[in-house]
Design a protein around this ligand. Sequence first.
Ligand SMILES: N[C@@H](CCOP(=O)(O)O)C(=O)O
Length: 462
Amino acid sequence: MKYISTRGQISPIGFIDSVLMGLADDGGLLVPDHIPQLSDATLKQWQHLSYPDLALEIFSLFVDNEIPRADLKKLVDDSYATFRHEDVTPVRKLDDGLYVLELFHGPTFAFKDVALQFLGNLYSYISGKTDSIIHILGATSGDTGASAIEGVRGKEGIRICILHPHQKVSKVQELQMTTVDDSNVLNLAVNGTFDDCQRIIKELFADVSFKHQYHLRAINSINIARILAQTVYYFYAYFQLANKGQADKVNFSVPTGNFGDIFAGFLAQKMGLPINKLILATNENNILARFVNEGVYQPGAFRGTHSPSMDIQVASNFERYLFYLYGEDPATVTSLMAQFKAEGRIVIPEDVLKRVQTDFAAYSVDNEDCLNTISKYHEKHDYLLDPHTACGVAASDRLTANGEVTVALSTAHPAKFDEAIRLRNISQTYPEQIQSLFDKPQFQMVVDGSNEEIKKKLVTFF
Ligand SMILES: N[C@@H](CCOP(=O)(O)O)C(=O)O
């Protein structure tokens, strides 16, 4: 398996090089040079595997023999041993035809742990085997940062700097990042939005001489390893339902901000997982829902919502989808991305929009609908949804037809977003790991966020 860029200007590289490269050096995103096709027989063989064993099979397809199988198995086993649930990502029935896939049983109570526990261990492994220097630079709207830090804190040979939008993440998200006192961790709180943070890191990665000189590595879902790790739970969820005789073809409803999670579902479908509909759920920052429904990709005004992790305008993985939408043609992707940079929007023709609408259904959930959904499921089923998951469930309620089965991805534990939950007078008990954060000192620097200022901080830190 080799990896190529969506913009076609780099030579194909192997798995480890693609993990280290993060953002492709031509400014594009890395994708596998072919998508493995799974037969029904393979799917049947995998149906009863444990989560780590299934992850091992799926990773093996993408890693080839660059990492010996025994080493890969240890990486995977270590990564999922930190989860609090024996199924790692269990599926629970919520209502007739509606299931939630609980992805929040990892160390930071968000779905990001599924990929970032693995990526943290992988970086450690690569650094040990290849003497590569690992200086991680990441941007977060709240969950990725905490999870990435947790994945590498205290690890020898690794440093991590995370940019988050100052006071635009939930209190628990902020505490999870900023109470970490390991000396290999730096938190920069940027006066701006997540889009500013993401733009800064993408520009620094695109400055290839700076990137190489300071060995910058990515933990965001621009890193292909993140996407590959996230495909696993689509398979695992499907198998859990299939084992109970619950599903032939299922829908997945995915709370979406940066397009990484739902893109992992798209990849799983392309590999042969029988997914019926991929439902893309946004909050009021609805650029992606507007794209799917109207064919125009154009950022709107930033909206602070109850689901801050999805307060994103420019979705970094969108470029990967464009690559497949346009028949894996890097020239078209390059010209569309240039158009986006110059004109601030991409408009696709009617026939292409029809293809988009066979890949996805989309719904944008406003703040009121999000809170109503939390109240509804709490009252009716005594189940507390976090506001991001509530967007996924609200979209599923809208777009699932009678007789269909939908799995809504539950991306975070509600305790991370108590500000929203309290608005409906619902009280919850925090897990001990979250409660204890409130007594710890915080370490973060507030910055205005010019590229030059961030560069200086990085040079000093790295
Ligand atoms: N929602 C994310 C934003 C970053 O997305 P990623 O897919 O690049 O990790 C967050 O919580 O930080």
